[in-house]
Design a protein around this ligand. Sequence first.
Ligand SMILES: NC(=O)c1ccc[n+]([C@@H]2O[C@H](COP(=O)([O-])OP(=O)(O)OC[C@H]3O[C@@H](n4cnc5c(N)ncnc54)[C@H](OP(=O)(O)O)[C@@H]3O)[C@@H](O)[C@H]2O)c1
Length: 285
Amino acid sequence: MSACDGRVALVTGASRGIGKAIARRLAAEGAAVVVSASRRGAHGELHGTLDEVVEEIVAGGGRAAAETANLADELERADLVQRAAAHFGDIDILVNNAAMGRWSLPSATPLKDRRKMLEVNLMAPVDLAQQALPSMRSQRRGWILNISSDTARQPAVPYRDTAEAAHLIAAYGSSKAALNRYTEGLAHEVAVDGVFVNALAPVAIVLTQEAARFVGHIAAANPDMVEPVEVMAEAALELVTNRHVGQIAYSRQLLHAVVRPVHSLDGKTILGDAFIPANLAAQVF
Ligand SMILES: NC(=O)c1ccc[n+]([C@@H]2O[C@H](COP(=O)([O-])OP(=O)(O)OC[C@H]3O[C@@H](n4cnc5c(N)ncnc54)[C@H](OP(=O)(O)O)[C@@H]3O)[C@@H](O)[C@H]2O)c1
C-alpha cells in the first residue's frame, strides 16, 4: 500500500517547476492527480506543458488529468475544484502551488501588480480551499497545502544579494505572509473535521525556470543556497499524508525533524537525507 493510494489530488501550477515535481511525487505514491495551470500549451520561451506532465505521469504507471484556469480570474477559478473532481472523484489533497511575482520597490509597486499577486497568491488558494472543504469535511478526510516562500519574512542582514534585490521582493513576500496567516487560521478551524492545512516553503532556491531567470546569479554564486526540487516534493508528501496542523514549514527543516529520507520523484530511489547536495538540482526544472 502506497501513501496516497485511493486519494485524489489537485495541484495548481503543475505545468513545470515545483508543482510538477509535487504532482509526480504524489502520483508515484498512488494518488490520481489533476494538474492545473493557466494554459495547456507552450508558454513563450518556457518549456513544459500540462499535457506533457500528464503524459509523463501516465507513462510511469500513474493516473493524471489536466484542467486549466487562470487563477488571477475569479470566474475562471470558481469551478476548478468541481471540474477537477469530475476526473477521478472528490479532491482529498489540494496543493495551492501556483504563484506569480512582480518585482518592484515597495514604495512604487503598481496597483495592478499588487492586485494580481494577491489574486493568484492569496485569493485563489482561499477560493480553492473553500471549494474543496465541503467534501473533505463530509468525508472527514482532507489535506490542503499552500506553497509559501521565505520572502514572507524580511531577509536577514547582511543580504545575500544587493539591498535593492531584497526590497524588490517585498510586495510578493507580503502576499505569501498573508497566505501563511490564512493557513494558520484555517488549519485550526478545520482540523477538528479531519482536514489538515499547512504551508510549505523551500529553505533555499529551487532552480525552476522562473527562479533561474530571476535569482540564477545568486544561486551560481552561492551553491549552498540551491535546493533540489526533490526536497520540496518529499516535504509536500509528508504534509499531505500526515496529521500536521497549521505549520508554516520549511522543506529541509521539516524533513530533518521527522527524519524522512528524500526520494526521487518516481519514489523508487532514496537520494539521501534532508541535506542532499545541491548538484542534484543542477538542471533547470
Ligand atoms: N523556485 C523557488 O526557488 C521558490 C522559492 C520560494 C517559493 N517558491 C514558490 O513555489 C511555488 C512554485 O514556484 P516555481 O518556481 O515552481 O514557479 P514557476 O516555475 O514559475 O511555475 C509556476 C506555475 O504556476 C502557474 N501559474 C502562474 N500564474 C498562474 C495563473 N495566473 N493561473 C494559473 N496558474 C498559474 C504556471 O503555469 P502557467 O504560467 O502556464 O499558467 C506554472 O505552472 C510558488 O508558489 C512560489 O512562490 C518557489
